[in-house]
Design a protein around this ligand. Structure first.
Ligand code: NAG
Ligand code: NAG
Ligand code: NAG
Ligand code: NAG
Ligand code: NAG
Length: 396
């Protein structure tokens, strides 16, 4: 009874600070992004209901988390030509009401949680896609039209159906894993950015490619679109955290080279996407000490490093403060704005015509490269699995 009485002024206080919401600071490399919505812990530990995902606001009460993509908008053009969203037990079109003539769940009860999180400085995104997603377009008109629909339904526009009610999200995340006309996502995000420009508010676009470079679904889009954050999924793949430190496989370097030489936004932030517990992914989970080491070394090695992405909130919470522990490490070694902490290029300069042995290190084009095997090509020209070189450090 007492707690109910006390909750009244608390709600008032929350409402009054919504207008001064900060957002993720992309000039810094200590950010933590945590996906919420899919109840990954519940999906893999069905009997342990106490640890299923909590309501969104629960994860916004401490300072560990900076960005929360809501997972997922699964379908772009569903019943009635409108999208569908599925946030597992938190909101879906079977257990919750849908808007007339659509399969779109009305998740309006999440509005207060979203605004509370934003008042705490969290950036809340709508993640489109997912492993079984049906998000995509048939032609450029659809892609452009859908950017306007998404703006109106989820972001700064207006629409008769607002799945998150009065709450206005901070941007869009693309987790497109099945390529269907992938080039049309360029049309979508370009149109979306035009809408962003209608206001003074900061909106962001992020993406969650697999670590295999280039990404099968979003590789071309990543080269052509203006992207603020990339949450690379370093799990369930040979290039994941399971191979951390092995230059033949662990490939943050490919993404760091992409960030500096190919991305339209040369300040794009690349996050290490990590499973938040052993049951969150097939491979790639590291105990916290190892992840802390990977984060510290990567932050020191690459200026594009932005922080850690965790899949997902429920798994992190059930895993002994995993998100809080990694945030503390990132903060204690964070740098903002400048690249002055980059090491000098100490390796010998790469020389054309040389045949380098596996493991040899050379400096070339602002990176230290390690030969994955016998190497005679120029570092940096080919990227990905076939390349003879892996960037292991950025340098000046
Ligand atoms: C959706 O329905 C479930 C089951 O009844 C409920 O627990 C949840 O709070 C609902 N979500 C919203 C956003 O209304
Ligand atoms: C948005 O505005 C910025 C700054 O004026 C401009 O550089 C950019 O091209 C605009 N983007 C779009 C998609 O119109
Ligand atoms: C910060 O980085 C240093 C090495 O540069 C490392 O020894 C230290 O453990 C890091 N701090 C934390 C809290 O991990
Ligand atoms: C790089 O070398 C320059 C000149 O030798 C030196 O002044 C600078 O401190 C070095 N930077 C680092 C990060 O070691
Ligand atoms: C690498 O690319 C540069 C510039 O694009 C080109 O001049 C050079 O010949 C290429 N080197 C190799 C080994 O392909």
């Amino acid at each position: 009874m007492l707690s109910k009485v006390l909750s009244v002024p608390a709600v008032v206080a929350i409402a009054s600070i919504v207008s001064v919401a900060r957002a993720v600071d992309l000039s810094c490399n200590d950010n933590v992004a945590v996906y919420w919505g899919q109840n990954s812990y519940g999906a893999t530990n069905a009997a342990d209901r106490a640890n299923w995902q909590k309501r969104l606001a629960h994860y916004c009460r401490d300072d560990a988390i900076d960005v929360i993509p809501l997972a997922f908008m699964t379908t772009s053009y569903g019943v009635g030509g409108l999208p569908e969203i599925n946030l597992a037990d938190a909101c879906n079109n079977n257990d919750n009401g849908t808007f007339p003539g659509t399969n779109l769940a009305d998740c309006g009860r999440l509005a207060d949680d979203i605004e509370y999180c934003q008042s705490k400085g969290k950036t809340i995104l709508l993640s489109m896609g997912g492993a079984t997603g049906n998000a995509g377009f048939e032609d450029a008109n659809q892609a452009s039209e859908f950017a306007t629909t998404a703006w109106n339904m989820f972001l700064g526009g207006t629409h008769q159906y607002r799945p998150f009610g009065k709450a206005s999200l901070d941007g869009i995340d693309l987790d497109i894993e099945s390529p269907h006309n992938p080039e049309l996502w360029e049309v979508f995000t370009e149109r979306l950015r035009q809408h962003f420009n209608e206001t003074n508010r900061q909106y962001v676009i992020s993406a969650a490619p697999q670590c295999v470079f280039p990404d099968a679904a979003l590789g071309t889009w990543l080269n052509h679109a203006w992207v603020d954050m990339v949450f690379v999924q370093f799990y369930n793949n040979f290039c994941g955290l399971n191979a951390y430190g092995d230059a033949k496989q662990w490939n943050f370097g490919d993404w760091a080279v992409w960030a500096k030489t190919r991305s339209k936004n040369d300040k794009v932030r690349v996050f290490i996407g990590a499973p938040a517990s052993a049951t969150a992914a097939g491979t790639g989970y590291l105990d916290i000490a190892k992840l802390q080491n990977a984060a510290t070394e990567t932050a020191r090695s690459f200026s594009s490093f932005g922080g850690i992405m965790l899949w997902d909130a429920s798994q992190a919470e059930a895993n002994n403060g995993y998100a809080q522990a990694i945030k503390q490490t990132l903060k204690s070694n964070s740098s903002c704005g400048s690249t002055s902490t980059l090491a000098n290029c100490t390796a010998d300069a790469w020389t054309a015509g040389n045949n380098y042995q596996a493991g040899a290190r050379v400096a070339h084009t602002g990176f230290v490269w390690e030969a994955k095997w016998s190497a005679s090509s120029e570092p940096g020209n080919a990227s990905g699995e076939q390349s003879e070189w892996m960037a292991v450090q950025e340098c000046t």
